[in-house]
Design a binder for this molecule. Sequence first.
Ligand code: ADP
Ligand code: MG
Length: 639
Amino acid sequence: MALIQIAEPGQSTTAHQHRLAVGIDLGTTNSLVATVRSGEVDTLPDAEGSHLLPSVVHYGEDGILVGEQALQYSVSDPLNTIVSVKRFMGRGIEDINTDDAHHSYHFAKTDSSVPRIKTRSGNVSAIEVSAEILKALKKRAVATLGDELSGAVITVPAYFDDAQRQATKDAARLAGIKVLRLLNEPTAAAVAYGLDTGNEGVIAVYDLGGGTFDISILRLNKGVFEVLATGGNSSLGGDDFDYEITRWILQQVKQQHPELAEFDTPEIKRLIMQQARRAKEALADVDEAAIELELNGIQWQGSLDREQLKQLLTPLVKKTLMSCRRALRDAGVGNDDIREVVMVGGSTRTLLVREMVADFFSCELLTGIDPDKVVATGAALQADVLVGNKPEDEMLLLDVIPLSLGIETMGGLVEKIIHRNTAIPTAKAQDFTTYKDGQTAMAVHVLQGERELVTDCRSLARFELRGFPPQVAGAARIRVTFQVDADGLLIVSAREENSGVEASVDVKPSYGLSDSEVETMLRDSIEHAEEDMHLRSLREQQVEADRVLEALDSALAVDGEQLLSADEMSAIQAARQQLADVKQGDDVEAIKQAIKQLESTCEDYVARRMNSNIKSAMQGHSIEEYASGPESTAEAEES
Ligand code: ADP
Ligand code: MG
């Protein structure tokens, strides 16, 4: 997040002073560079005419190779040939599963929290590897256009968190590239199709690349894109298609050649995977593809057809559709509301993907622009605007908050203040009050997540509002304001309205939160919804019970003796004891009943207190007011 994608009028320079700016799609599998020349946007090819630069870096005996040349070594020298490094951008050691079949190179054991890959040229970080890819693209741009590079718009998956975005910026800095802006990949694709100048309405961007899946729901309104919701899966893509096919090939080979026991060397895995990918890609154009392998001197021949491919890949494509369903729900729109679906990423060439996506949204798919080039194209258009070549243009794209933000309330509950997928910038306030008589401070605990309990959410910050004047419980008016600015920076402030006492704290909401953590947190909130609901109402009733008991005790201490007969007193004490007992258990209904019972036992007493002129700690409040119904969240009221 943390992006407001806008062409600031102040950045515009004179129109005829053209400056070289490029858009870079730094992909997991392939990277591209594009630019606007004489009003035309296109990706730039290398000397051999190839637009795609494989995102592969080889650390060889004679130096570093990038792209197609590096890819040549992926089978013969996998340990020094780094593929799919984007998966490790901005990740810590603990995020990396070393048994992961996704890579065949090794991570070094170091004390540093930044993981480093072992190569013959020493240990390298994901940032350094990415910088090599960016350097190659920069070189290509400068060689083709013969000009200095003013800057670049680099795209990142919508799911990238702050650490991953920062890592991308660091890689650019290492490569000597000025980053004009990081742009979400799906957003770039929508810009490439010029949807910003088209009819208003809701569109979806379905991006299935080599390693990641992103779905974004955008609404175009008066020439402005608003991101209604984003979702996806950071470890699902064409590579996973390849693994499925590889598994299927291995199964057959092993059946026919049990003597080939050792299949798990990186070289053999890569070799089969290459064939799997080749066959998969061929099936975009033909019905059946031949597979030929030579393993330890044994020849193996087989074939893959579209029907078999469908069987292998349907579960994976279904997974992407589940993410789509969730994004639609988050956006508050139905399948029928989607006017167009922009198809992005090489994997959308697989016909099965197109069929299932068209079926799901039952609307037109936009496939006119090469799905490989569409992201770089949009980034180049945006770069052209940002560098000031197009002073007239205005493209405003809003971003959203990935997980809800809230504060802790009594009973360890989370009160959400800004809900997930709210467009930023945004500000919201909510009023809270004190729980106890004479309270002069309140702790504010800021949390992020979808779950009901504090322990299940991520703690972002804590601060205290101190030094407001003592008042009776419920009289203080504490307004807590959450403000998220255009860069995604959160500021939480609290103000006691009667006295004007204030405190605030700056919070970085998504710092260090990996996208898989976001995924897990979302999944948990769905899985635990029912259990959470129960816990929530239990905690609420327990808080209510405590409140009633405290109010009663302080009232009794003041005038119990004077206003109550011995019988009345013992009836009230019995009802009080009953509530104190059931409050310990987990029976929500029983607690509710006991509160009711105590309230009705106290009815006369409360009436007598109101009539008498005795000043009490309850100061004109009835006990019912303290023990309000279970549906109100006791101390939090929406403002
Ligand atoms: P990324 O954004 O992760 O860099 P790309 O958008 O370049 O990825 O897509 C790469 C993926 O697209 C690879 O898994 C590749 O096998 C797949 N792909 C490329 N061409 C085809 C095709 N003709 N049919 C199916 N998949 C394809
Ligand atoms: Mg991509």
